[in-house]
Design a protein around this ligand. Sequence first.
Ligand SMILES: C[S@@+](CC[C@H](N)C(=O)[O-])C[C@H]1O[C@@H](n2cnc3c(N)ncnc32)[C@H](O)[C@@H]1O
Length: 244
Amino acid sequence: MHPQSDTYKMSAEKVVSSNPNLDRVNLGCGPFAPPGWLNVDGSWNGWFTHHKHLRRALELVGVINASNQGADWQVSPLVHYLSKPLPFPDNSVSAIYASHVLEHLYRNQAMALLSECKRVLKPGGVLRLVVPDLHALVVEYLNSKNNGSSKSAADNLNEKLAFRPPAPRAGNGFVRFYHLWMDFHSHKWMYDSESLSSYLEGAGFHQVAQMELHKSAIPGIEEVEQPHRILDGAGICLEGKKIA
Ligand SMILES: C[S@@+](CC[C@H](N)C(=O)[O-])C[C@H]1O[C@@H](n2cnc3c(N)ncnc32)[C@H](O)[C@@H]1O
C-alpha cells in the first residue's frame, strides 16, 4: 500500500463524513468539478485549491505561472492519485463517473482502478466511463489517407493519441520536474468499445453497454457530463453495473 494512503483515507473520510449525501464520485474531475459530486483529482491545480495562499506566493516568485491553464477550479477536489487504492470503504458509493481519465493511466493501473471501483460501489451501483475512441481515431486517419486529402494525417493521429507532446514541456526546472514525475497529461493506453467492455466485464461489472450522451442509470449525469467530451467522435461512453 502507498505510504501516504492513510493520509488520503483520512482526508477522504473527512470529505465523506461532512457531506453524507455525496455518494456520486467524479474521478479525475479536472477544473469542471460540479457541486453535488464527490470530485477527485490528483493534479497540483486541484491540490492548490486547498492551498490558495501558497499558490499565490509561488506565482509571485515566478515558480508557477499565474496564467496556468486549469487554475480556476470551480470546487476543491479530494486530492488522490488514481494509481492508488480508492480512499473509500467497500460498498459505499452509488455511482462513479470518469471522463477522459482512464487513458491517462497505464493499463495495469487502469485495470486496478476498475477493480477498486467495483469494490467501493454499492450493489446496484453504476460505473460510467468516457474515453477517446481508438477505433474512430484510426478510421479518421485511414479516411484522411485514402482521400489523399491530408498530408498531416499522421500528425493529427499523433496529436489525438497524445502519448507524448510534440515538444518537451516548457517552464522552469520545478515545472519540468513535476510533469516528468507525475506525467498526468499523457495518454498511456487507448480503448475502443470492445476492449473497454471486456475490461469492465473482466473487473466483474454486469450489463455493460455503450451509452449516449446524458443517457444513464446515474441520476443527474448531465450535471457532470460535458457534451464536448462525447459528441463529434470525441469519445465513447460505457456503463456497467455492480450486481454484488
Ligand atoms: C483530460 S482531464 C479530464 C477532466 C474531466 N474529467 C473532463 O472530462 O473534462 C484528465 C484529468 O485526470 C486527472 N488525472 C490524470 N491522471 C491522474 C492520476 N493518476 N491520478 C489522479 N488524477 C489524474 C488530471 O489531473 C486531469 O484533471
